[in-house]
Design a protein around this ligand. Structure first.
Ligand code: S3P
Length: 449
């Protein structure tokens, strides 16, 4: 068991903050950190990683990669060395692969295992055990993977038996999900042919980019209005390449919104990844009138990055189109917090996928807003927040349901509300952003245990 799951819940309270100031250096991107481990495992030789997110979720993926045969060493702060076994070289793990809270790690690794003639059991914490896995098992079954056992409704614990020659398939993902796309592509690496994934809305493309970077042949073409078609030739020989992990825009969201909401704040967030499939929150906040200057735009580690200078701002409510959801899927909780302080109504459309994240995030956000005295409505898959024009009462305790982003969002809210806000458990923050409380305190936040 890692620290996130040890002992009893740890409540934390945020009180109204003085103006925030200073520079922020964020941890590495979670999506790319998971993939760095996996690509290290699937190439023969040494993959050197710098800037890895050393959060619990990624460490679970590293453990799983070790159990499947990789030798993995931490050689410095965020610096890791992976000796992989290559496509086709995985061994059967001795124990259950325990992914803790990590949906990404478990789902991507189901794809990896599915493309090998080995059997493995996937499990995790109470949150992961509630999350739907059929969306991964269905396409894998088309490729020949056998589901040996599963909990009710296609949930963990799940045992699968992979195949030596996974069938090449053409698959249209039923929901916009980079995890489904990635699981299929990873299984297809060991397939004797071309696999095609079609997504009607483009989702984060880190897997495709890393496949190309490691030497696979991948063709990406537009599909319909917002979609993409991704074609992968099976059985490439992946060559280890150095990976520099850019800083996580989904983590940047928390100090960014805190600085917008706390009057008098002025901060600089350095080196944030600006992949356009991840910057939906930035687009939305700029539409709301946020003062965010995008400075020093550059290309690092295969991605666009920039520094963000953020000043406290008066925000106005906006209508966020459903088509933007894939590029800001993890940012709705913190956007809802920003919307609570805005002038006028914010409507966030098409949030059905929030129901199946680390918690039912739509409900968890709604309950937290209610606790803070903010009026909201849920209409179908839309969340409508009535902005309080800068003056939010706050107070009360928010239930986080083992969800790191709910915990961080409502701590940020408490930095700007009249009354302190408490989250019932801060332990899960370490899954994605272990330095969150220290980093926020260094900017001026006051958090009380
Ligand atoms: C992720 C994809 C998203 C996101 C998750 C990370 C990834 O999930 O919510 O935090 O790294 O591929 P879905 O693809 O299922 O929407």
């Amino acid at each position: 068991m890692s620290k996130t799951h040890e002992g009893s819940p740890q409540p934390l309270t945020a009180v109204k903050s003085k103006p925030l100031s200073g520079q922020v250096t964020l941890p590495g991107d979670k999506s790319i950190s998971h993939r760095a481990m996996i690509f290290g495992l699937l190439s023969v030789g040494e993959t050197h990683v710098t800037g890895l997110l050393e959060g619990d979720d990624v460490l679970r993926t590293a453990e799983a990669c070790r159990a499947l045969g990789a030798t993995i060493d931490r050689i410095g702060d965020g610096e890791w060395r992976i000796h992989g076994v290559g496509i086709g070289g995985l061994r059967t793990p001795k124990d259950v692969l325990d992914f803790g809270n990590a949906g990404t790690g478990s789902r991507l690794m189901m794809g990896v295992v599915g493309g090998h003639p080995i059997e493995a059991t996937f499990d995790g914490d109470a949150s992961l055990r509630k999350r739907p896995m059929r969306r991964i098992l269905d396409p894998l079954a088309e490729m020949g993977v056998e589901v040996v056992s599963q909990a009710e409704g296609g949930r963990c614990p799940i045992t699968i038996r992979g195949v030596k020659d996974p069938l090449p398939i053409t698959y249209q993902t039923p929901v916009a999900s980079a995890q489904i796309k990635s699981a299929i592509l990873l299984a297809a690496l060991n397939s004797p042919g071309r696999t095609t994934v079609i997504e009607t809305e483009a989702t984060r493309d880190h897997t495709e980019k890393m496949l190309t970077y490691f030497g696979a042949t991948v063709r990406v073409t537009p599909e319909g209005h917002d979609g993409r078609r991704i074609e992968l030739e099976g059985r490439p020989e992946l060559k280890p390449r150095p990976i520099i992990v850019p800083r996580d825009p989904s983590s940047a969201a928390f100090p960014l919104v805190a600085a917008l909401l706390v009057p008098g704040s002025d901060i600089l967030i350095k080196g944030v990844m600006m992949n356009p499939l991840r910057t939906g929150l930035l687009t939305t906040l700029l539409e709301m009138g946020a003062s965010i200057e995008i400075q020093n735009t550059r290309y690092e580690g295969g991605e666009d990055v920039a520094d963000l200078r953020v000043k406290a701002s008066t925000l106005k409510g906006v209508d966020v189109p459903a088509a933007r959801a894939p590029s800001m899927i993890d940012e709705y909780p913190i956007l809802a917090v920003a919307a609570a302080f805005a002038k006028g109504e914010t409507r966030m459309r098409g949030l059905n996928e929030l129901r199946v994240k680390e918690s039912d995030r739509l409900q968890a956000v709604a309950d937290g807003l209610a606790e803070a005295g903010v009026t909201y409505a849920i209409e179908g898959d839309d969340l409508i927040v009535s902005g309080m024009n800068g003056a939010v009462r706050g107070g009360g305790t928010v239930k986080t349901h083992l969800d790191h982003r709910i915990a961080m969002s409502f701590l940020v809210m408490g930095m700007a509300t009249d009354k302190p806000m408490t989250v019932d458990d801060e332990r899960m923050i370490a899954t994605s952003f272990p330095s969150f409380t220290n980093l926020m305190r260094a900017l001026g936040a006051e958090f009380r245990a």
